[in-house]
Design a protein. Sequence first.
Length: 472
Amino acid sequence: MNNLNKDTKEITEVILKAKEKAYAELDTGAESEFVRNVKWPVDCVVGPGLEGAIACESKVGYVNGSKGWLVYRGYNIFDLCAYSSFEEVSYLLLYGKLPTENQLKKFKEKLKGYRNIPKTIRLLSSFPVQDMNAMGAVRLGTNLMRQECTFVDKKEYKPDVKTAISADEDSIPMETRPMGERKAIYSLKQAEGITRPSGLSKDLHMPVGFEPALHLISGIPTIAGAVARLRVGELPLNPDPELSHAGNLIYMITGRKPTPVEERIMDISLILHADHGMNASTFATMVVASTLSDLYFAVGSGIAALNGSLHGGANERVVKMLSEIGDSKNVKKWYKKKTAKKEKISGFGHRVYKAYDPRARVLGPLAHFLVKSESDKKIAGLFKVAQELEKEVVSTLGEKKKVFPNVDFYSGIVYSCLDIPTELFTPIFAVSRVSGWTARVLEYLKNNRIFRPRAVYSGPLEEKYVPLNKRK
Ligand SMILES: CC(C)(COP(=O)(O)OP(=O)(O)OC[C@H]1O[C@@H](n2cnc3c(N)ncnc32)[C@H](O)[C@@H]1OP(=O)(O)O)[C@@H](O)C(=O)NCCC(=O)NCCS
């Protein structure tokens, strides 16, 4: 990442300004009761859906919602955004400390090796991805990634148009011949060899230790890129080893090499979304992993959870909402109508944050930075609407109801500036969050205990069984 570039230096300044503002407004009161060592069994006040329940102890990351504060392994999110990269942050989350130069170099090389998942992409291309929900396709791709580890990687393995798919033990028969299959296989045949991740022994069926985490962190962006391309009838692109994780993601989705500014801003967005406490998708991933199912299945569950409209996806709705409002002049009237109907405004409020979301503190100014250099008038218009709407919502609900912009309010505008199609917004969330998911699972597995909360039964106990033919 070219941090010396003048424009990317300006981005660092933007982040440091956001940090300054956050510190100036920071409530310096005592730290919450959720920073401590846990002595089991533990007393806590629990609401429905396990709200408030303490499920585990973790050193991966911490959110203080009432202060609007987020740290990964003790480092505040502003410093990580200003000085770090997604690769470095992933290392930090997984291994618990910042890497040395040499460790980071090796880690990046490893991630680059794992980006090549030709078998997965070939199989994924045989599905009608253009008819699938993008998150569904990413989840499918993640489960297909297990294939990269379950086949014996003999030198003679070559994708074959006639047999490669049908001969595979885990292939799923398709009734219709899906779009892109032939072309995709052909294109992969043209690719320069198949990279077997170097750390795997020849006949290993499943990588062990941290390897599946690295495989997933690298592979999911390749899947997201393939999904973006297949959905518009284009062939998936091979990852570019010259590009960073963030740069390669933009390249594989859009087909164009990003500028240093675009690469840096995507990198920051990936850092911002990498971990966020025991949110629903992290919990889903951990629950599956706690059964000693493997990390591929576990991460597939995280993706499934993230797909729900109460979790990922609000940024898609924000962009739609801003487009509907159309012009900053319409904001007041539109907002009045929505509040009269007691409707929630997308991109505002948060289950955990009852202060300004620190991620929005970074993304708002970054959206502004990007929009200033954008020639696209439509996106500039959306940003103006967003600024106006933020003023309205914060002045009416900010102090009164602790409702402020959340991470999703500006991320959609940022992604639109980077030419990312709207339906890829949530998959990009998964691309980033996989670091947090896997870090937390690997930490939890050290002292694994299968998750097993209880439900309180409130039904009858002594019903008399009535034979089928006697029931009314
Ligand atoms: C995320 C969300 C579900 C959090 O809900 P929550 O924790 O139940 O919120 P709270 O109970 O603290 O809300 C407090 C009050 O603010 C109001 N409020 C919360 N978010 C609001 C929003 N986006 N727009 C308008 N009012 C909102 C609530 O209606 C509530 O009002 P009340 O006291 O009159 O009942 C909610 O803010 C929301 O639906 N936001 C929009 C969707 C979104 O952006 N989601 C992505 C989150 S990353």
